[in-house]
Design a protein around this ligand. Structure first.
Ligand SMILES: Nc1nc2c(ncn2[C@@H]2O[C@H](COP(=O)(O)OP(=O)(O)OP(=O)(O)O)[C@@H](O)[C@H]2O)c(=O)[nH]1
Ligand SMILES: [Mg+2]
Length: 209
């Protein structure tokens, strides 16, 4: 803690019967100073992670009133955006790429932000030829980052399922579920029915934590 300085004395302190209209003062003394390093960390209930273009911002916008920038190119999101999802705060973060945990791309700056979130929502695009490889690439960065991030509960989501056939979707959902050993949710922001089912499921999952 830095103590404040002492204030100087003003005219009133010098007033007396013989000095009725003083024009005197004393200088104050400077307080202590120093450099303080502050880090801003967003506190959200769930953080959306995944490779660039996985559809994180689109999903955040579809589930909440957030207006996160969406683009066909990778690294559209430069800063995390927050949205209120039935009282739970969701945050999208910039896409993660290989090497993110050691400073490549924008990822590391924002992995810090998900450090404080309760759970991770890990999006893998259904258009990925090898969804497991895409999943692992992001996991690797999360694990190298440390800070307890890898131990967080993770909800697995296959996104953009409207871009593949129902057969391909099923194959990819099953393959991910089998290899990772956990349930995989499927979503697209293009189909209101699918989105509603996903949203209900997510609400229940978030209520459990
Ligand atoms: N067809 C289809 N396109 C989608 C869907 N979700 C996202 N997209 C498109 O995919 C592209 C990337 O979407 P974003 O939401 O910006 O992806 P992101 O994961 O936030 O990307 P970064 O911020 O760059 O990491 C955009 O062109 C979106 O319109 C979806 O469910 N279906
Ligand atoms: Mg984005």
């Amino acid at each position: 803690m830095f103590r404040g300085g002492r204030g100087g004395l003003g005219n009133a302190r010098f007033k007396s019967s013989t000095n009725q209209n003083p024009f005197q003062q004393t200088a104050g003394r400077a307080g202590k100073g120093g450099n303080i390093h502050l880090t801003l960390k967003i506190i959200a209930d769930a953080g959306l992670v995944g490779l660039p273009n996985a559809g994180k911002s689109s999903l955040l916008n579809a589930l909440t009133r957030a207006k996160s920038k969406v683009g066909v190119y990778p690294f559209t999101t430069l800063e995390p955006n927050l949205g209120d999802f039935h009282g739970r705060i969701l945050a999208d973060i910039p896409g993660l790429i290989e090497g993110a945990s050691s400073g490549r791309g924008l990822g590391i700056k924002f992995l810090k932000h998900v450090e404080r979130t309760g759970i991770l929502l890990h999006l893998v695009s259904a258009t990925q030829e090898d969804p497991l490889a895409a999943y692992r690439e992001v996991r690797k960065e999360i694990e190298s980052f440390g800070h307890g991030l890898a131990e967080k509960r993770e909800i697995l989501v296959l996104s953009k399922i409207d871009l593949v056939s129902p057969e391909e979707r099923e194959t990819k959902v099953q393959a991910l579920a089998r290899d990772i050993g956990r349930e995989v949710l499927a979503v697209t922001v293009e189909d209101p029915t699918v989105l509603k089912t996903f949203s209900d499921r997510l609400t229940r999952m978030l209520a459990e934590v």
